[in-house]
Ligand binder design. Structure first.
Ligand code: B12
Ligand code: SF4
Length: 479
């Protein structure tokens, strides 16, 4: 046994508006218990601090500091673990809105508070996605009793807690080596608390594997989850979903259940994704809706049928599920230019994208003809303005749009540069000098007007609806 406090520090404005269940801490709590080190107490700062009206959001920081102090004083703790998830919104900071987009200052205030109020014998362990992307930003200058664990930690964290309790010390910074189990949702009470909130598309999540096995130029995911992949048995995924469904079923008037497979990329490899969805289907787990991040080129008819049969990307015309059933399917392809796809480090080319789109359009036509779905639409997500982008590459991307005719195209202009990524190495000396420069939101500069002009010139005339928020464009056509 050990006295372990796990703090979810995700008090960002995003987490007020679109709450996400702290999957990582639930998994770690279960892992501690499995190693005989439980129960592990979770302090979820947003939920424990209670709801706030939107005009009072600035009170969240002060409430959270008070909660940290109070919980630290409530008993003696062997280990305090802090989960550091979001560093920034990944959107450029609009003037006067720094706190909406950049979270390092608030996180530093929480760490300072722990440092001032933790008992001298308490060890502090930092982890989570944000930490894994830039451990130096959090650990530098902290006392010797502070440690960091990069990446998934279901085996490394219990091991570190045991070492701390038994030997009074642990490495300063480490990463879980080798395999280790993948966690499981297990905290019924915490799940029930999130079911009290309005359930959004991404409120609940669970992981079916770790890693995507790729290393695209701009992407920090391999830094978080490592270069390889580790898989969860589909039967275990089904057990987690059954637990979620059972807690959901205990609600007096449950809102429809939706969830997200919170993998880096769900359908890479495709066979594992199919096995997971097939296991869901054969166990009769058909939620109101589910979704995931997808590799746009790893899509075949069998996968699409499984998605449709289990309500993947499903939208219902009525919240009770009666009435029409629609699907809006995403192709997060980033570009339609082979030259840019290679520059981005994508594991597919335009020909593979076209093949996937054909599969989808064939399936959609059959579903509509057979009356299985009432409406099917699809969208593209593009990343324009990566180094090397020019009129020719935007023109090729527009050509793909004009041929495939998605209903909607979301365009991200420019990209955030994160430390240690291939993009960071490529832009060193140009956009940044020392690693700490990249702790501040740093973006590849884009000539917005030029890109907008090229889009207007090369897109078919019926893509005439364009709206813009910050660096995001939404382009659509009349149905
Ligand atoms: C799925 C996902 C989402 C889903 C969440 C669904 C859900 N219900 O959870 C959705 C789409 C809603 C989403 C939204 C956002 N996300 Co997101 N998301 C992810 C993704 C792909 C997986 C996160 C996840 O849940 N993993 C599964 C769990 C089990 O793993 P985990 O949390 O990493 O926990 C493990 C380890 O980190 C570690 N660990 C965690 N805590 C602790 C604590 C200690 C003490 C220790 C030792 C270890 C440890 O052990 C855990 C178990 O192995 C990551 C990228 C990635 N590959 O990790 C981005 C990521 C976390 N998201 C990110 C961002 C920015 C956002 C948004 C702000 C985007 C936006 N502008 O809207 C919002 C914020 C939402 C919010 N309320 O906070 C960033 C965060 C870093 C950053 N750049 O600041 C990431 C890293 C992606 C990126 N672009 O860089 N996201
Ligand atoms: S962009 Fe997608 S495929 Fe590429 S490294 Fe990131 S998560 Fe993996």
């Amino acid at each position: 046994m050990a006295d372990v406090l796990l703090i979810d520090t995700n008090t960002t404005p995003f987490n007020e508006a679109f709450p996400v269940y702290p999957i990582g801490l639930d998994y770690l709590q279960g892992a501690l218990a499995a190693e005989g080190l439980g129960p592990g107490h979770i302090l979820d700062l947003t939920r424990a601090g209670g709801p706030l009206a939107s005009r009072d959001l600035s009170a969240r920081g002060a409430r959270s500091l008070a909660l940290i102090k109070k919980t630290l004083a409530s008993q003696s703790w062997d280990v305090v673990g802090l989960s550091l998830r979001n560093i920034d919104s990944t959107y450029p900071t609009l003037e006067g809105q720094a706190e909406l987009h950049h979270y390092l200052p608030q996180l530093a205030a929480y760490l300072d508070c722990v440092q001032e109020n933790a008992a001298p014998q308490t060890h502090v362990v930092l982890g989570g996605t944000g930490f894994s992307m830039m451990p130096g930003a959090f650990l530098q200058g902290r006392p010797d009793t502070w440690h960091g664990l990069v990446g998934p930690a279901e085996s490394a964290f219990p091991q570190m807690v045991r070492t701390i309790v038994e030997e009074g010390e642990a490495p300063r910074l480490s990463r879980q080596e080798g395999g280790g189990g993948l966690g499981r949702l297990q905290n019924r009470e915490l799940l029930a608390r999130y079911l009290e909130l309005p359930i959004g598309d991404g409120t609940f999540g669970l992981r079916t594997k770790v890693g995507c096995g790729q290393a695209c130029g701009y992407c920090p995911y391999p830094l978080i989850n490592g270069p390889g992949q580790r898989f969860k048995d589909p039967a275990e995924v089904v057990e987690e979903l059954k637990l979620l469904a059972s807690v959901h079923g205990e609600r007096p008037t449950p809102a429809p259940l939706r969830f997200m497979f919170a993998d880096d990329i769900f359908n890479r490899p495709l066979d594992h994704a199919k096995a997971v969805v097939a296991a869901m289907k054969s166990e009769g787990i058909i939620p109101y809706s589910w979704h995931a991040y997808l590799d746009p080129a790893q899509i075949d008819r069998e996968f699409l049928e499984l998605v449709k049969d289990t309500n993947g990307w499903c939208r219902h015309e009525h919240p009770d599920g009666s009435g029409g059933r629609a699907m809006f399917f995403p192709f997060d392809m980033e570009s339609g230019s082979d030259r840019m796809l290679a520059r981005l480090g994508k594991p597919y080319d335009r020909a593979k994208l076209l093949a996937s789109l054909e599969e989808f359009r064939g399936a959609a036509a059959d579903w509509l003809r057979g009356g299985e779905l009432d409406h099917v639409a699809f969208g593209f997500h593009l990343l324009l303005g990566y180094p090397g982008e020019d009129e020719a590459s935007v023109g090729e991307t527009c050509d793909l749009i004009n041929r495939a005719r998605p209903h909607q195209v979301a365009v991200q202009l420019g990209v955030r540069v994160y430390p240690d990524t291939p993009l960071a190495r490529r832009t060193k000396g140009e956009l940044w000098r020392e690693e700490k420069d990249l702790y501040q939101p740093t973006f590849v500069p884009v000539d917005d007007n030029a890109v907008l002009g090229w889009l207007r010139k090369h897109l078919d005339a019926d893509y005439d609806r364009l709206s813009r928020k910050g660096n995001m464009l939404l382009i659509s056509r009349e149905d």
